[in-house]
Design a protein around this ligand. Structure first.
Ligand SMILES: *[C@@H]1O[C@H](CO)[C@@H](O)[C@H](O)[C@H]1NC(C)=O
Ligand SMILES: *[C@@H]1O[C@H](CO)[C@@H](O)[C@H](O)[C@H]1NC(C)=O
Length: 234
């Protein structure tokens, strides 16, 4: 077992480190999608965050080509800034089923995607309604690459966890990112099954503290070798 573990570990390091994993991402920056200016910008309080929180856009429909994905991103920003009175589009990044990654607030700024988690998590939204169907392979590949990219660039901790919007809030708060997204993401190696339980926090506790404790325990009891075996296909 030990040999297999090291063989795969080496393979993983070689494959992943031999290229910059951000190169395979088609980024669309704010200027390219015609973003409005943020009303305000806030810096993230720490340099390396422990969580990715995955969302879907639900009420703005799926998009498969550049023109319609650009339009969706513009509409989402408009809704967040003018409907909800947020400073800017709520997510750090958005992903279309055209396989492109749209810059929301980007790596350097605090976003508004999951109440109580915005200092500690990057929020990524897959554009579309995934309550039933899962996102297509183009979108999922872009998400995998983006997740790796954040880690490689040091914005995200090496021992990060992936969770979904519904897990960050009390049960029943939201279906986001839809069962179709959860079905896929819950099988990824860094997925953590923490669920905000609605139990009132003690004076010195935060959801983040509870979640980190939970996820650390979950990962220390699961097989390390299995996690690494899954990594290359990730
Ligand atoms: C999503 O899954 C949950 C739990 O399995 C189920 O209760 C719910 O009805 C599902 N939602 C949809 C839209 O299918
Ligand atoms: C809160 O206080 C309790 C009791 O002193 C302690 O066991 C726990 O670790 C503390 N939690 C945090 C987040 O510091």
């Amino acid at each position: 077992m030990k040999t297999i573990f090291f063989a795969y570990h080496l393979f993983y390091l070689t494959v992943v480190n031999s290229q910059s994993t951000c190169d395979d991402i088609s980024f669309v920056d704010r200027a390219e999608w015609g973003a409005r200016k943020p009303i305000l910008k806030a810096n993230l309080p720490s340099k390396s965050l422990p969580f990715y929180v995955i969302h879907h856009s639900a009420d703005s429909s799926n998009c498969y080509d550049d023109a319609s994905c650009t339009k969706r991103v513009q509409q989402i920003q408009y809704r967040h800034q003018y409907g909800l009175q947020w400073f800017d589009i709520g997510y750090h990044f958005l992903i279309g089923e055209n396989g492109k990654v749209y810059e929301g607030r980007g790596w350097n700024h605090q976003a508004a995607h999951s109440r109580g988690w915005n200092n500690d998590a990057y929020g990524i939204c897959i554009i579309g309604d995934f309550r039933k169907a899962s996102p297509n392979e183009k979108a999922l590949n872009a998400l995998r690459s983006l997740v790796d990219c954040g880690v490689k660039q040091g914005y995200v901790k090496e021992d990060y966890y992936i969770i979904t919007h519904r897990q960050t809030q009390p049960p029943g708060y939201t279906e986001c990112p839809g069962n179709g997204t959860l079905d896929v993401v819950s099988k990824w190696p860094r997925y953590c099954s923490f669920q905000n339980s609605r139990v009132p926090l003690k004076a010195n506790e935060t959801q983040i503290y509870l979640a980190l404790n939970f996820c650390e325990k979950e990962f220390s009891t699961s097989s390390l070798a299995t996690a690494y075996l899954d990594a290359p296909s990730f």
